[in-house]
Design a protein around this ligand. Structure first.
Ligand code: Q9C
Ligand code: ZN
Length: 348
């Protein structure tokens, strides 16, 4: 297991998010990754590397050019509006919902912010773009490490934040800006895997990943998550979303009720892995969120720390070149233990 960690993750450091009607400290904060790195010092599972400067073509295949341009310039545009903005996070507050003109030519910063986002929980800060872009490099390098006729490794991880699976072709939200799992899957395709599966085991539905690949037949997307009838992101993640066009039959949602325990969750995971085997995937991307943990402050499943060892072993059973991509998990003191348990269980 080669781990590509994002040395610039701490540059994304939001002060506050809108949560239950008020601004609260961000759940998605730099300490999360520091806990994982600390646990990896105690229990190494393979070499730790920084990303290099890979070709970013896969990033540009999964996100639109206007969106990436917006993200790259957002902070400078924000501070140009008013120098005092340098002390403030950027949070959207208006969106073009039904009946509004998504492509309206408004150049107003707030209008553009709403056009490229879907919630008010995902602050953009001075270093967000730098951190997110370094994360995409981790995803590409991790995918390349398991690719080709003589791969360097059977498995690799993009250990990064901000997370990615809620980010779509041209929108951010759910603490996510660049969809690292989608970037990894596209990299695997470009490096020769004919069919790739993305298995999303974060507590929340991977709406961004689903949307990016929804009409593609070369990437199967599977997500096990809290039922969107009650759980974020609410507007996507139902079982009847199965793909369209070329992608018909290539999206599998496995929503589970609030409070589901490990036995229930593991049965859904097995269903997902069976679908991946039937699909004939030649490589696997795992969107690894550990917000399925019983102590997670914003989620409602009941996995215990020891269960993650079994999760890793079960994933290894798929027998595929595998790229892990770090997603959610907000019980910060246990995030390191839970993530490293998955990796250790995978390694066997
Ligand atoms: N009242 C990830 O785990 N906020 N994103 C929920 C509920 C958004 C989670 C607020 C949760 C996003 C990557
Ligand atoms: Zn999550």
């Amino acid at each position: 297991m080669i781990i590509f960690h994002n040395p610039q993750h701490h540059l994304h450091d939001g002060r506050q998010e809108m949560f239950r009607g008020r601004l609260v400290p961000c759940h998605e904060n730099p300490s999360r990754l520091d806990y994982v790195l600390n646990e990896l010092q105690r229990r190494p599972v393979g070499p730790l590397r920084q990303p290099g400067e890979p070709d970013l073509a896969p990033l540009h295949r999964v996100h639109s050019a206007p969106y990436l341009d917006f993200l790259a310039r957002a902070w400078d545009d924000w501070v140009a509006l008013n120098p005092a903005n340098a002390e403030l996070d950027i949070l959207p507050s208006i969106w073009p919902v039904r009946g509004f003109r998504h492509e309206a030519p408004s150049t107003n910063f707030t209008a553009r912010l709403g056009r490229f986002s879907f919630d008010s929980g995902s602050p953009i800060t001075a270093g967000t773009w730098t951190a997110a872009l370094a994360g995409a490099r981790c995803a590409i390098d991790a995918a390349l490490a398991v690719s080709g006729p003589a791969p360097e490794s059977r498995a690799a991880m993009a250990l990064t934040r901000p997370p990615g699976h809620h980010a779509g072709p041209d929108f951010f939200g759910g603490y996510c800006f660049i969809n690292n799992a989608a970037v990894a899957a596209q990299t695997l395709r470009d490096a020769g895997a004919r069919r790739v599966a993305v298995l999303d085991i974060d507590y929340h539905h991977g709406n961004g990943t689903q949307t990016i690949f929804y009409e593609r037949g070369d990437v199967l997307t599977v997500s096990v998550h809290g039922d969107p009838r009650t759980e974020y992101p609410f507007y996507l993640g139902y079982a009847d979303e199965t793909g369209e066009g070329e992608g018909r039959g290539c999206n599998l949602n496995l929503p589970l009720p609030t409070g589901s325990d490990f036995a229930t969750w593991r049965a859904a995971l097995q269903q997902g892995l069976d679908a991946i085997a039937r699909f004939g995937a030649e490589a696997l991307v795992v969107s690894l969120g550990v917000d399925t943990f019983e102590g997670d402050p914003i989620s409602q499943f009941k996995l215990a720390s020891a269960d993650y060892l079994q999760v890793g072993a079960t994933l290894a059973g798929a027998g595929l070149p595998t790229v892990f991509v770090m997603e959610g998990g907000y019980a910060v003191a246990e995030v390191g233990i839970n993530v490293v348990n998955v990796l250790q269980g995978f390694a066997g």
